[in-house]
Design a protein. Structure first.
Length: 441
């Protein structure tokens, strides 16, 4: 920065009691972010989670941080602060050359051919899983999705047969590890989410280390086996620790964010039955589809995108500035935490007219509101850290909803509303109670 540029930069301001505002952000995320932005400007300084965090508003700031052309903003130290003890050295927690090295090895697990194989493996398990929903006495859609997506992730990524009890144990470990990252008490105090997250990490490590020797010996088409045999062009391979770290992170990512997306889709389709019926008609008309067919379900694709816009699976993306820089005309010191919020940006009326309304046609060829700015729609992040599993997630979500729409109608209780504290904890606390009605397609 030049001397003139330095003197023209402003110092970011913010409220003194950051935790109070964090709690308000959880309850009324859009309204309170609007208040902070109007009061303090486009960069707001908050003291939360034991550190100072600069919240940056607007799509231009999101592009600067996430595209990161000058390699100023680092993922690793930011995410490590929040989830490092539970998902350490997962791909999202690596940076720059090391991140590129690991991503190149992992990328082969998400090629088009690999996705075709995953889809073929998933479909029979989706159908059998959905068939069992008919006998659930008080269905909670979020919980059903979470169980199903974990089963699918274990089948397509891990390739290990587990008892229902073991699946439930691993599922709970992932839930505890994910929740721990948003804990306000960030020490292993017994009974706190942080302590439960640390215990969950040990469960997951034990699970993968136990099965790793067999995977190295026998190989296979699943991701776990592929990581065991993966080699870079220079002949480098993953250590046992690398494999376990990546599997814990990828398995979490493969089912947690998809569960959030599908829960949101189920909720909005229940609140808007006309869209549910239209999507059902499309799926029934398509019949049994292969990988290419499920990707061709246009209306379902628009429903999925609009649900991710309204309920971003990852509502906030933190980074750490590795050197001093500027953002929205404000000085950002070296070592500072910076966060941009896809959730907030997806509700910006300058790019999304009537932003709280559920309207899948925003993504129709005639409107394409997601093209109003490069960063207008970024549920998977942006830049080199854009989610490596985004296409897998899209295939999985479409495949599940295609079968679900052909098998059931569903509705929520009269007057039911899903509270929008999802920006901080993206799941319904009541697990989304629904009435399921089996249909003949």
């Amino acid at each position: 920065m030049t001397a003139t540029a330095e003197t023209s930069l402003r110092t970011a301001r913010g409220p003194r009691l950051g935790v109070v505002h964090l709690l308000r952000l959880r309850k009324r995320p859009i309204e309170h972010n609007d208040f902070l932005r109007a009061t303090y400007g486009d960069v707001v300084r908050l003291h939360v989670f034991g550190t100072t965090l600069y919240a940056a508003y607007g799509l231009d700031a999101a592009e600067q941080v996430l595209i990161n052309r000058e390699r100023i903003f680092a993922n690793g130290p930011a995410w490590s602060h929040f989830i490092g003890p539970f998902f350490r050295r997962g791909l999202m927690l690596l940076d720059f050359d090391e991140h590129l090295h690991h991503r190149r090895i992992l990328q082969h697990a998400f090629t088009n051919d690999a996705l075709r194989r995953y889809h073929a493996v998933m479909v029979p398990h989706i159908r059998s899983g959905l068939a069992a929903w008919e006998s659930v006495p008080q269905p909670r859609m979020h919980q059903l999705f979470k169980e199903l997506t974990l089963d699918l992730a274990l089948e397509t990524f891990v390739g290990v047969d587990l008892t229902r009890a073991e699946q439930d144990r691993i599922n709970q470990a992932f839930i505890d590890a994910v929740r721990a990252g948003t804990s306000i008490v960030r020490k292993p105090v017994p009974g706190t989410p942080w302590a439960r997250g640390l215990a969950a990490r040990k469960v997951l490590e034990e699970f993968f280390f136990t099965h790793l020797p067999e995977k190295r010996r026998r190989g296979g088409d699943d991701l776990f086996a592929q990581l065991c045999i993966a080699r870079s062009e220079e002949g480098d391979e993953f250590s046992d620790e690398d494999i376990v770290n990546h599997m814990i992170f990828l398995l979490m990512a493969a089912h947690d964010t998809s569960t959030i997306t599908m829960s949101a889709m189920a909720y909005f389709l229940a609140r808007h039955p006309e869209w549910q019926e239209a999507a059902r008609e499309e799926s029934i008309a398509a019949g049994t589809v292969d990988y290419d067919g499920v990707l061709g379900l246009d209306l379902l694709d628009r429903v999925m995108k609009e649900s991710m816009r309204l309920c971003s699976p990852v509502p906030s993306l933190p980074r750490v500035a590795v050197r001093e820089t500027s953002l929205n005309g404000h000085r950002i010191p070296a070592g500072a935490f910076v966060a941009v919020s896809p959730y907030y940006n997806h509700h910006d009326p300058a790019y999304w007219p009537d932003p709280t309304r559920f309207d899948p046609d925003r993504f129709s060829p005639e409107r394409r509101e997601d093209h109003s700015h490069r960063m207008a729609f970024e549920p998977f992040g942006g830049g080199v850290h854009k989610c490596i599993g985004m296409h897998f997630a899209g295939v999985q979500v479409r495949a599940i909803f295609h079968e679900l729409l052909r098998s059931y109608r569903w509705s929520v209780p009269a007057g039911y509303e899903w509270p929008l504290d999802l920006a901080a904890l993206p799941f319904p606390r009541d697990r989304l109670p629904v009435r399921l009605e089996r249909i003949d397609s």
